[in-house]
Ligand binder design. Structure first.
Ligand code: KG4
Ligand code: ZN
Length: 355
């Protein structure tokens, strides 16, 4: 990323450490309110968690400690900027893993104090929505966001990403990405499970097995999700095959599982958009990289007259640019800095965008 000739009015540094990615981003804010990605440095500890089949919090915290300063240096080097060029700093204050969040919050407080700049302690989920402004411009009000990752599965009504987000629904058990990771384990595919299942599914038949679509009955919660029944159904199906001494058709199981996930996510998201008369849908989080989810969302949004926005995969997964993008919106709105004693909040509700 090179420094454009058209200098931004302000530069925002964003720091993310809620899970297993240490992200440091720099975003430029122009006088007309437009934003520009200047740097996006990410170090992932995913390989250190692979043999455990899920993120180990202590391992993640240590990795953040090791990667934080190198990623800050890399972001400034990539953007051709110096720390003194920064006008405001934003950091993920929650939700996420307590120890992991603390590393980012502590680092951000140190940079804010040393540089004497305002610090925003912000919501990670709002960051996943705000990141889309880097790619597709300002978000119309209202917009609907479908957040799908290893940690979250949520439908959000976004009136203003810097000040008003309402949760319409969320998963009552496993997150969508978590279901991918657990099913991958059953099929003896590597962690994280999304990419290998996506690849296997392309070779399989999505209609081979009729897996259940959780919470889609007429009396079920309209905007909530459930994936644990689907995961159990896949486990039972695989066990029965194995007990009968028959080979497991991995590609067909993957394709049928993926179809069930994409069907439920897109049907519920479009329904929520219709219920709230929303014309723009943003899909973000690691699972937004899923090929079938993207295709089905495009088909169903087109049918419903909804504009679909999916940021590029690198921006959908956890990163610092999304936090800087949210910080830029807050700065543009003239939001006050967070109080100096704010802490990390592992259970920060999505409605609390700024501490
Ligand atoms: O947003 P993310 O990087 O981290 C958080 O969980 O916050 O999301 C990671 C999740 C993992 O569960 C991974 O299996 C899933 O996103 N994922 C995918 C794909 N790529 C990553 N799921 C389905 N299809 C994919 N292509
Ligand atoms: Zn995330």
């Amino acid at each position: 990323m090179t420094r454009p000739n058209n200098r931004p009015d302000a530069v925002v540094l964003g720091i993310e450490s809620s899970c297993d990615e240490t992200g440091v981003g720099l975003v430029g804010l122009h006088a007309d309110g437009s934003v520009e990605l200047l740097a996006d440095a990410v170090a992932s500890s995913v390989e250190q968690h692979a043999r455990f089949g899920g993120v180990v919090p202590e391992v993640a915290s240590r990795a953040h400690l090791e990667s934080m300063v190198p990623m800050v240096r890399k972001a400034f080097a990539d953007a051709g900027l110096r720390p003194s060029d920064v006008d405001a700093i934003a950091v993920t204050a929650g939700p996420g893993l307590a120890g992991a969040l603390l590393v980012g919050v502590s680092a951000a407080k140190a940079y804010a104090a040393a540089l004497d700049r305002p610090l925003y302690g912000v919501n990670h989920l709002a960051g996943h929505v705000a990141v889309d402004t880097l790619e597709h411009g300002p978000l119309p009000s209202p917009s609907l966001a479908l957040l799908v990752s290893g940690g979250h599965t949520q439908l959000l009504l976004v009136e203003d990403v810097a000040s008003s987000i309402t949760e319409l629904g969320s998963t009552i058990d496993d997150a969508a990405g978590e279901a991918y990771d657990k099913v991958a384990r059953l099929l003896e595919l590597p962690y994280p499970g999304g990419p290998p299942i996506d690849a296997a599914a392309r070779r399989g038949d999505p209609t081979a097995i009729a897996f259940p679509r959780g919470l889609t009955g007429p009396k079920d919660a309209r905007h909530d999700f459930s994936f644990s029944g689907l995961k159990t159904a896949v486990a039972r199906w695989v066990e029965q095959r194995q007990a009968a001494g028959e080979p497991v058709p991995v590609d067909d199981v993957a394709a049928s599982f993926q179809e069930a996930v994409a069907d439920v996510l897109t049907a519920k998201a479009v329904r929520a958009a219709r219920d709230h008369d929303v014309r723009t849908m943003v899909v973000s989080g690691g699972v937004a990289a899923n090929s079938r989810l993207g295709r089905l969302a495009a088909i169903r949004c087109a049918e419903a007259g909804i504009e679909l926005r999916i940021p590029r995969p690198r921006l959908c997964t956890d990163n610092g640019a999304m936090i800087a993008a949210l910080g830029a919106r807050l700065l543009a709105a003239g939001a006050p800095a967070s109080p100096p004693d704010f802490g990390a909040d592992p259970a920060l509700p999505v409605e609390t965008i700024l501490l």
